[in-house]
Design a protein. Structure first.
Lengths: 136, 136, 136, 136, 136, 136
């Protein structure tokens, strides 16, 4: 159950249609997932969100597409976003994530959470070597 | 300022010394960072934590070492662990992370946080295609 | 599915009835939402929680009722509380929140999350001008 | 201590200079805070972040500037971003936030956190009235 | 709906069977909950996770079993992990947690969240007496 | 560095003095920590916060004082509240927490974080036995 009504005929709005068309062209699929279908309730928010996602996630860059999706999953798990964990696990799998890589991703994410909580519980002081200004 | 006193002479305890020796051998450096120096206050906790970190982060696996460190940073940022962000950014840099890759990592992490909050604010329903049991 | 059984006849307990009566009188509605129906399992916890909510959210103050609900939603999203996002989005709407204001709230919340993660990833030092003791 | 070196002469890069000039013109002040000074290490990330902040926070909209800053603070507190709590508390004060409004903001944020944790601990089921699709 | 398919016949794998047998023997019950049934998709992750849980939660130690479960619930609530809140509330109840203790646990957890957000909103400086190195 | 100026002579306000007197009498010490010294900037917020803390943490109840402090630490770690981790670790130690108990607390907190992230990453379905309405 969402907090807003899903827009009934979102592509009747030409700004929404333009974004949906770009999603379909960029992703080479007819499928538009719910994030975009619901964001259509506010075309400006839809446009700026898609613009960000396209630029960061769907443009060739210094990191390969699968690595990018795994980083996205890691953040989504830590932020406890159920929808995002699902949508980006699907995206990572579409980019070739194997079961073994998925298991390893979860092992790293959960280990990081473990040492995050240890370090915060101990309130560890920073090591001097972490000072990037000093290291020259 | 930490919540416990840093153990004064941790390697006087043979269990601590064994872990520190393994850290030095595994990482090929004399440097032992504060996480381990403080965890030495409880040898059992030190041993189990290092055992986990060694197995997940310092053993050849399905993901390359730099990818693993970037995933670790992503979780540490989302969990707001200052010490861990510092220590794993240093580790990623030691594994070759460039400034451009670091910037891209931060762009992905912050974008994920943005859509995590959007999806949670909208309480988006899951798309049927995310159902892995149905897709056969 | 909740972690406790919903109390079957909560108002049989006069302490619960007194709180429910005050909720109805304060909110001018017969409707009592699940937070209160479940908290009735412990009258002391019910009383102290309602007392807080009434004082902070249902008493004229320095901020208008809609602003207060939007701040409440913002925290609930960041804390990933599904129930609270729903209940306070409904409350904000009852206080006049328009679709455009809702979209703007989500834009601010998600942008804040984005820069929160950037600032934590960079471990930014505080600017001297933020020092309120110095500015006199 | 930051995770990257602060760029020494950021405005030597014309893309950075253009953003800094726009920040100064938009905010009508010579002061550029550390978020932007450090983001200058990657002009593309600087540009996209400032573009977002300008559009959402520095453009007249459906919410007044002080309300927007208070919502920003609320998210930053819940995400435990020390830098952001400082910078946006300063910004809210610059937009007229009184001590009484600040106290009330903190009262709402901390109350929301309290009921967020109660609702999550109880795993409350959603009330039927929250269903926006059903309410017509 | 999970992000992976539940393994169909997990105990066909002898490593999984060994873990499941140990869970049954340790907990003195035939019941294996979903955490383990799904982790069976990666025997190594299953083994290391169960090893941790057995050592920390199912071995006599300095804290009694009920206290340990209540601490586990507290973290799970703060991390917004729905599954974990459910599973550990059930475990705490199996170790004798009364409704009054449960209510008190929730009162402490939600109060802690409240003052956590207050302290973060105020960015309180540490008191000198918290310095364990100084107190000798 | 805090976000507000520390009130210079807080006990000049009789409402603040009454709270401080009660803190001293309840805790049997002259020491007033910074949480209260800063909350004095708003006597109403000070009163309601102390009232909550006194009732939940400083009144004999179903849980012993040390258990209560350890639960408080657990939440504070998960919420990444540096000040609260320090103040409640000090409080737990004052109530007799040994180094071994502290290590065990951290082991439980960090293990919970680990399985919280695993369960969220897997999006585990709830087991039917967790349904308290069904178990009669």
């Amino acid at each position: 159950m969402a907090t807003i009504k899903q827009p009934a005929d979102p592509e009747a709005d030409p700004r929404v249609k333009a974004v949906f068309d770009d999603i379909r062209a960029t992703r080479k699929t007819e499928f538009i997932n719910n994030l975009w279908r619901f964001l259509a309730f506010d075309p400006a928010l839809l446009e700026s969100t898609w613009s960000d996602v396209k630029k960061v996630m769907a443009t060739p860059s210094h990191l390969d597409p699968l690595t990018k999706e795994m980083i996205y999953i890691a953040v989504s798990v830590a932020n406890a976003c159920s929808y995002c964990v699902h949508s980006h696990t699907a995206a990572a799998r579409a980019r070739g994530m194997t079961a073994a890589q998925h298991a390893e991703l979860l092992a790293i994410v959960s280990l990081a959470a473990k040492t995050n909580h240890l370090a915060t519980g101990l309130q560890l002081p920073l090591d001097a070597v972490f000072d990037v200004e000093a290291s020259s």
